[in-house]
Design a protein around this ligand. Structure first.
Ligand code: ADP
Ligand code: MG
Ligand code: MG
Length: 926
């Protein structure tokens, strides 16, 4: 996060420098450059300049420098985008001159000129932000085409079909992106697609590539008409005008709806902006010796070291991705175009060695000659991330610390996600198979569009989004769904791409499926399923089942927790294990777990947790009959009655702690005393109250009365936390006794026990002092009774701002602090976690808050309080132990913050332990 801020100001500065006096000619000696040329082995920019040139532009420059076949062009920097939005969609003065100069250089390099009558140059105008935002912004191909140029291209190439196909594509893209001819609300299809369908119908053909030159000419006419009808403007014939129109539209696409949704989802700052690359066209649609394709240097779903990709003969641009025709696997290129394939394999190895990471590349073959149009570090699943990183360490391509830094910590949670249970799969009805595009298992109700997906998920249902193919409009639905299933499209299709990035389960290109949007059905063979029926998909192997299929634990869990799979039988476990080993060596921060039961403790210890950071004792009170004793305690009117009820609870608590201490095998356990308000333990409906009254043998109205008494207007700020222990010290006493009696019992058998007793919600030093006195007294009593000694600590949670501010005084009595960032966030922001759902999303949209503060620590506010508490505490107690036990303890950004804060440990739920360990290692390495 700090990085982002730094970069942000840096780019602002550049923009300011360049634009300080927008009216005057820039005469300063340090002239800002806006346009960066690349071509013929030389480039003004390089791969490191992603902030300025966008990922695409920077890598086009880098690939040019290392001698790869990249068509020449130039990139207009992201600063121009910033300027464009700061100055009412205008450009810096010097831009047009720089563009002219760069364009001339391109024209000289390829010996063609934009709009020329004998040797016309055609270019693409491509978008590209610092981080790739696949398919979110716009790109325009074949720019420079007009009524005259098309004739010249037809004649020069001897291939009129190609010329007219390129022209109609240009009209379509230009009409859509620049002139805004798009689907209207009442339309089901893109208007240009509708026209294509009409022509195909008239011609009696099924596929685009079966249209003849005459059909294509007709199509061009109709496209021009359509543009005129819809916009009232004629399509511009002047290539310069086209160029500036396209540049403006690409900058404009930075702020289209789907780009905004995408940035929000991935936390990409709105002020980054996009660059624009203008590049000489090469043509994959020149006939059967031409093709266009995409490839990954390794399998992006599994990480296996195989070249992975697909291509289409006689096609252009997005055809492969859009699923117009079914592409061929890249291996087939070896037969169809052996020379180009050989080149491509060379490029694969050069790229991996140079970028030292798996690459996702776009290529075009024009007349058997290979061109590379894009490369970037490939998006991958969590599985692939781990496999590629560990393999590359073995291949000595990267170091262990690079491997650690490269794997998004959160992606480890994909590895721990359930898979389908083998037995249940045997009994399930398989109805189709497709490409394994996003590993994992997902079961849910069928929905056919994003809107329904979002609505149902909002109601708490699990859904699988079933589409013929997906497009960026489906993004919201894809985010909401458990899994994504498409009938069309390959590994580079939109669905696969997005699923990979989000860690969604995905099967794509399951071509046996017939999807009928109008009837809301999907069928395969004799099975027909409707919207709302269950469907199950296995994205690890690419299979689709009718109905719900039971899931089983991931292989890693089977090895570590269930202990029913041998480590050497699971490759993914072994990779995970090496990675965790490296992480343990690198990290400074310890990772503990939030656990309330022996089972949870066992799971967390298996994942490498070093003890418990938060044991919520009240969770134990809800089980079985204990709740009744608890309720008796609450209803008691005298101390004696209360003690009687507490005596019933004591053995239960003691047994729970015995189980936990045994499972901990000597690791420490931070145990928090009773925290929630008492009314949470009582029934609230009249019927329930009557039933309970009968059970406890008390009058129903007495019970109702007590519930009434305990009612709080704002329970979050009410009678809870240590305030309970202060008013009912006998509760504290019972809990302390349960802990020490359990400790005595367990340590009798030579197992070490290290309780760290934690008093919640302290704000005043005296609150803590009173509670601690009870704990010490009980410890002494039990030690005497059991003739033993205890090794324990007493500390407090820091979860109200006052505690942070007077932490120096509180630290006098506390052996440790644990930041309870759930409550600290609530109390610092004055915002209830449970009620914030109604406005927080809006806050995020308006960028009032960047992240949900209940998920990622609000570093500037809550984080500052933590810093204050740390510094105050160190004044009185230099070696105070510091930890965190809020939900944030398992969230990578927050873990990194805790590392910087110098905490001793973070604590998180058992399944987040590996994520926290990796994040801690990454923090130590950066
Ligand atoms: P995106 O960021 O959406 O991937 P691109 O700018 O990469 O958009 O363009 C999409 C596709 O258009 C490319 O994959 C490529 O096939 C095609 N394309 C772009 N520029 C050119 C070019 N100069 N020559 C040939 N094809 C191009
Ligand atoms: Mg691309
Ligand atoms: Mg709390």
């Amino acid at each position: 996060m700090a990085k982002t801020i730094k970069r942000k100001t840096a780019s602002k500065k550049v923009a300011l420098k360049a634009t300080a006096k927008p009216g005057k000619k820039s005469t300063s000696s340090k002239k800002v450059r806006y346009v960066y040329y690349f071509g013929d082995g030389k480039a003004d920019g390089d791969g490191k300049m992603k902030a300025l040139l966008g990922g695409k532009g920077a890598n086009l420059a880098e690939m040019t420098r290392i001698g790869l076949p990249v068509p020449p062009g130039f990139t207009i920097s992201t600063d121009v985008c910033t300027y464009y939005y700061d100055y009412k969609k205008t450009y810096p003065k010097q831009l047009s001159g720089e563009v002219d100069a760069a364009l001339s250089k391109v024209e000289r390099s390829v010996g063609k000129k934009l709009g020329d009558r004998t040797n016309p140059l055609l270019v693409s105008v491509r978008s590209g932000a610092r981080d790739s935002m696949p398919g979110m912004m716009d790109t325009i191909l074949n720019l420079g085409m007009n009524d005259e140029v098309v004739e010249v291209v037809a004649e020069k190439s001897g291939n009129p079909r190609f010329a007219w196909d390129s022209y109609r594509r240009f009209l379509q893209m230009y009409g859509d992106v620049v002139m805004g001819v798009q689907k209207r609300q009442d339309e089901d299809h893109e208007p240009f697609e509708t026209v294509i369908e009409e022509i195909k119908h008239e011609a009696g053909v099924e596929k685009d590539n079966e249209l003849t030159v005459d059909h294509l000419k007709k199509l061009v006419e109709r496209f021009k008409q359509l543009i005129k009808e819809r916009t009232g403007k004629t399509f511009p014939q002047d290539p310069r005008q086209q160029l500036w129109g396209a540049i403006g539209a690409v900058f404009g696409s930075w702020n289209n709806d789907r780009a905004i949704v995408y940035r929000r989802k991935y936390g990409i700052p709105h002020e980054w902006g996009t660059a624009v690359s203008v590049q000489t066209m090469v043509f994959g649609n020149r006939g059967d010796t031409s093709a266009t394709g995409v490839a990954f240097t390794r399998d992006p779903a599994t990480g296996e070291k195989v070249f992975y990709g697909e291509y289409l003969i006689n096609a252009q641009g997005e055809d492969v991705v859009a699923g117009v025709r079914t592409p061929h696997p890249v291996a087939q290129l070896a037969e169809e175009m052996p020379a180009a394939h050989k080149e491509l394999m060379k490029v694969r190895s050069i790229l991996e060695k140079h970028f030292r990471d798996m690459q996702d590349l776009e290529f075009t073959v024009e007349d058997n000659k290979l061109y590379i149009l894009q490369t970037r570090n490939g998006k991958r699943t969590g599985f692939a991330a781990v496999r590629i990183a560990t393999d590359m360490v073995k291949e000595k391509l990267i170091s262990k610390s690079e491997a650690l830094k490269r794997i998004p910590a959160d992606s480890l949670s994909h590895l721990l996600a359930p898979i389908f249970d083998r037995e249940s799969v045997k009994n399930a009805r398989k109805i189709a198979s497709g490409l394994a595009a996003g590993p994992g298992a997902a079961s849910g109700q069928i929905v056919f569009n994003a809107k329904d997906a979002v609505e149902l998920v909002h109601k708490g249902e699990r859904v699988v989004l079933v589409r013929i193919e997906t497009s960026p409009e489906d993004l919201r639905g894809m985010i909401a769904a458990e899994g994504i299933l498409t009938a069309r499209g390959g590994v580079s299709s939109h669905a696969a791409l997005v699923a990979r990035q989000m860690g969604k389960v995905c099967v794509c290109g399951a071509s046996a499926l017939k999807i009928d949007y109008a009837a809301q059905t999907v069928s395969a063979g004799d099975v027909t399923l409707k919207q709302g029926d269950f469907i199950s998909i296995d994205g690890t192997i690419g299979e689709v089942y009718a109905g719900e299929v039971k899931t089983a634990a991931s292989e890693i869990v089977q090895v570590l927790v269930e202990k029913k799979l041998e480590p050497k039988k699971s490759r993914i476990y072994q990779e995970f294990d090496s990675l965790m080993g490296w992480a343990d060596k690198a990290r400074k921060l310890d990772v503990r777990t939030n656990a309330d039961s022996p089972e949870q403790v066992a799971t967390a210890i298996a994942f490498g947790a070093k003890g418990i950071g938060l044991c919520r004792t009240e969770h134990m009170f809800f089980e079985g009959d204990r709740i009744d004793a608890m309720r008796e305690m609450i209803l008691a009117e005298t101390v004696e009655d209360r003690r009687k009820a507490l005596a019933k609870l004591l053995p239960y608590q003691r047994e729970d702690f015995v189980g936990i201490f045994k499972e901990l095998k000597g690791w420490p356990a931070t145990i928090r005393f009773l925290d929630p308000p008492l009314h949470e333990f009582l029934p609230h409906t009249e019927a329930q109250q009557r039933e309970l009254a009968a059970k406890l043998g008390v009058p129903a109205d007495k019970l109702a009365h007590r519930v009434q008494e305990l009612h709080e207007f704002n329970p979050m700020l009410g009678h809870r936390g240590c305030r309970l222990g202060i008013t009912f010290p006998e509760v504290t006493e019972m809990q302390a006794r349960a802990i020490f009696e359990a400790a005595a019992e367990v340590q009798k058998n030579k197992t070490k026990v290290k309780p760290e007793i934690m008093i919640p919600l302290v704000g005043f030093p005296k609150e803590l002092k009173l509670q601690i006195d009870i704990v010490h007294r009980v410890a002494k009593e039990v030690a005497k009774e059991k003739k033993t000694k205890f090794n324990y600590l007493v500390g407090t949670m820091i979860e109200v701002p006052r505690a942070a501010i007077v932490a120096d005084e509180i630290a006098r009595d506390a052996d440790f602090f644990s930041f309870g960032t759930n409550d600290l966030t609530q109390t610092a922001l004055g915002m209830s976690r449970d009620d914030s759902g109604s406005f927080l999303p809006h806050y995020q949209e308006l960028e009032i808050v960047k992240n949900n503060p209940f998920a990622t620590i609000d570093q500037a506010g809550v984080g500052k309080l933590m810093e204050v508490a740390r510094d105050q505490a160190h004044k009185t107690r230099a070696n105070i132990k510091l930890g965190i036990c809020g939900e944030h303890g398992g969230e990578p950004e927050s873990v990194k913050f805790c590392h910087r804060l110098g905490l001793d440990y973070v604590s998180c739920s058992p399944f987040r332990v590996p994520v926290a360990k990796l994040a801690a290692a990454q923090a130590a390495l950066s």
